[in-house]
Write a protein that binds this ligand. Structure first.
Ligand SMILES: [Zn+2]
Length: 191
């Protein structure tokens, strides 16, 4: 089921549409520091794990710069496609991490659906999920928002399970929930 979502170009395009909305809202809110107008200053990313047919525009990480001389502060809206500077798409990081829970070596072969993924990357993602909920500025907010507390060792499945709907709806809700980790002044900092 997760594999079908990973390969679903329509689903990925829906995430891009959400990102466009988030970017439009951020732009309308103007510069967080001086209230100046925002100009487009997107990053050209090279995300891994994209299914075919998404086009070049999919790699654009929306971001803005204040137009006011002497300010020029950057504003980066939350994203449902990118998690900070992680090179794999947020969808890939979430669903592959979920598939890893309780996985046996033979099932690891099925992960070849995402080229270039190795055990080291998967181990890094496990650490990231844990630290996002225990050791980041987002952690206290996140833990307060999910009651009763989620099982940290079972992330991201334990978080997906808190949202209603089918896998796609749960994933969208999860990616929105992680918005504070993906946007803002720290959005381009590595986690
Ligand atoms: Zn400004």
């Amino acid at each position: 089921m997760y594999q079908a979502v990973l390969a679903d170009a329509t689903f990925h395009k829906q995430l891009l549409a959400f990102d466009r909305d988030l970017a439009a809202s951020a732009r309308a809110a103007r510069c967080w520091l001086c209230g100046g107008a925002l100009h487009s200053a997107s990053y050209d990313r090279k995300p891994r794990g994209c299914p075919g047919g998404l086009g070049q525009g999919y790699a654009e990480r929306f971001s803005f710069c204040c137009a006011v001389d002497g300010c020029r502060k950057r504003t980066t809206p939350p994203s449902l496609r990118f998690l900070g500077r992680h090179i794999y798409l947020a969808t890939v990081m979430t669903l592959i991490s979920a598939m890893q829970l309780g996985i046996t070596p033979s099932r690891l072969a099925r992960l070849s659906i995402v080229p270039g993924l190795d055990r080291r990357t998967l181990a890094r993602w496990r650490v990231w999920w844990r630290s996002a909920f225990t050791d980041s500025s987002f952690a206290p907010v996140a833990m307060a928002a999910v009651m009763p507390p989620i099982d940290i060792a079972a992330l991201p499945v334990s978080l997906l399970d808190r949202f209603a709907g089918d896998v796609r709806e749960q994933l969208i809700a999860l990616l929105r929930f992680l918005g504070p980790l993906t946007g803002g002044a720290s959005a381009m900092r590595a986690f």
